[in-house]
Ligand binder design. Structure first.
Ligand SMILES: Cc1ncc(COP(=O)(O)O)c(C=O)c1O
Length: 464
């Protein structure tokens, strides 16, 4: 007898209470936070889907590992356990711990990227783009065409555009210090990248002697999609698939706050000896000695265990299914979202849901505020607020106006998701009455984190 219910492959050992608030309390909290959900107090949020980054629940094995943490300044046992776990999966020679993913990006680009250079990627995440632009270089997004069509059902919408990659490398000899692919493609709807695409991109880079890197934050989820959807991989383990993925690259940046199942941490791993030397020197300057890189020994232990747990088949089956479950409910209720559902998040298509709100009144941002106002749910817009402001100060619409509901790992149960579905159905009913927002205060970079907003119509939901 095969049961249809996919249960959480764990039982709860420790709980953290969450608090219900009233609509009036949430309205007041929004005004205090300048209509920016990043500026809310977490205790005022019921279901927090702002990010899957560092918000997961660690396992009893990870907590046990933390008690083993060796806090020696240099050459700690914990570093060698961490290094071995990373090398078992990536096969990469030099493993450099960092406090999180953007630190690995800053160390790599601070050593390898110069002004005027071009770094192609399927879609750069916001910190990756900001760290490249901080070097005076160009962060070039060349996603496959399918990625631009939110509702198109296709298996690997995270793929890079291979013809565009070939063109960029051929037309800019000596100006591309490295090329990247982000797995899964977070800013492009959490969509997976096929092994065939990674293999082909690697061959193109090799032909042009350009180092090829993965932004590997969600490598385990990407491996599961390859197992489910790519010819010839159904019988392979997620570990074997991950090992093949990394066999095509020269290095990777990684935030262990995703598929490292940890609350903090990251790493840079690469094969190039002289580049590794340069990176370690920069690391010592700003992060710490290369055997800890800004992390405690117990953090390194938690990551070493977490990387293995992220590749567990029961966990990955439940993980990917729990997002698809919410996607199915949205599909049944005509709530437009990126199809197929991503690995770590559901991405609502705010442009399709709120066609009456122009891009520069930020439909995805307005929708995020309504989900909080009505249901206490926090999410993050991947939209014209995040990507609209150009390096020259002008503003242009983002390719997509998406609202991401990112699922922390091993935190929420199916009943939380059922509640969430009710909130989304209500937002769909309210859609014609939802109005946009305007920016009233904006910082120079990464504006989505700290800008303050105001409803253009004085309130988010007008009329009765
Ligand atoms: C694809 C991707 N790359 C890099 C990062 C940056 O990682 P961190 O937040 O650990 O600095 C993130 C964070 O969400 C991400 O999703």
């Amino acid at each position: 007898m095969t049961f249809k219910t996919i249960i959480e492959p764990f039982r709860i050992k420790t709980v953290e209470p969450i608090r219900h608030t009233t609509r009036a309390e949430r309205e007041a909290a929004l005004a205090v936070a300048g209509y920016n959900l990043f500026l809310l107090r977490a205790e005022d949020v019921l279901i927090d889907l702002l990010t899957d980054s560092g918000t997961g629940a660690m396992s009893s094995a990870q907590w046990a590992g933390m008690m083993q943490g060796d806090e020696s300044y240099a050459g700690a046992r914990s570093f060698y356990r961490f290094e071995a776990a990373v090398q078992e999966i990536t096969g990469l020679k030099h493993v450099i711990p960092t406090h999180q993913g953007r630190a690995a990006e800053r160390i790599l680009f601070g050593t390898a990227v110069n002004a005027g250079d071009i770094v192609p990627n399927n879609t750069h995440f916001d910190t990756t783009r900001a760290n490249i632009e901080a070097r005076g270089a160009v962060a070039l997004d060349i996603p496959c065409d399918e990625c631009r069509h939110p509702q198109l059902e296709a298996p690997f919408k995270g793929n890079i555009d291979l013809a565009a990659l070939e063109r960029v490398l051929a037309e800019n000899p000596g100006k591309v210090p490295l090329a990247m692919i982000t797995v899964t493609n977070n800013s492009g709807g959490g969509q997976p990248v096929s092994l065939a695409n990674i293999r082909a991109a690697s061959a193109i880079c090799r032909r042009h002697s350009v180092p090829f890197y993965l932004d590997a934050c969600r490598f385990a989820e990407n491996s599961w999609f390859i197992k489910l959807r790519e010819e010839g991989y159904a019988d392979k383990t997620p570990l074997a698939i991950a090992q093949e993925m990394f066999s095509y690259v020269d290095g990777c940046t990684m935030s262990a706050k995703k598929d490292g199942m940890a609350n903090i941490g990251g790493f840079l791993a690469l094969n190039d000896d002289s580049l590794a030397r340069g990176c370690k020197n920069l690391l010592i300057l700003t992060e710490g000695f290369p055997t800890y890189g800004g992390l405690a020994g117990y953090d390194l232990e938690a990551i070493a265990v977490g990387l293995k747990e992220a590749l567990d088949e029961d966990y990955l089956r439940y993980r990917i299914r729990s997002v698809a479950y919410l996607g199915d409910i949205c599909q049944a209720n005509g709530i437009p979202h990126v199809r197929p559902t991503g690995g770590h998040a559901l991405y609502l298509d705010a442009k399709a849901l709120l066609p009456h709100i122009p891009w520069n009144e930020y439909p995805a941002w307005a929708l995020s505020l309504v989900l909080y106002l009505e249901g206490g749910v926090r999410s993050v817009p991947i939209d014209s607020v995040m990507f609209g402001r150009q390096p020259d100060g002008s503003e242009k619409p983002a390719a997509l106006e998406l609202l991401r509901l990112a699922f922390p790992r091993r935190v929420y149960t199916q009943s939380h998701v059922d509640y969430l579905a009710e909130v989304l159905v209500l937002a769909k009913q309210l859609a014609p009455r939802i109005r946009g927002v305007k920016i009233v205060e904006e910082p120079p970079v990464l504006r989505h984190f700290t800008s303050r907003f105001a409803p253009v119509a004085g309130q988010l939901v007008v009329g009765e």
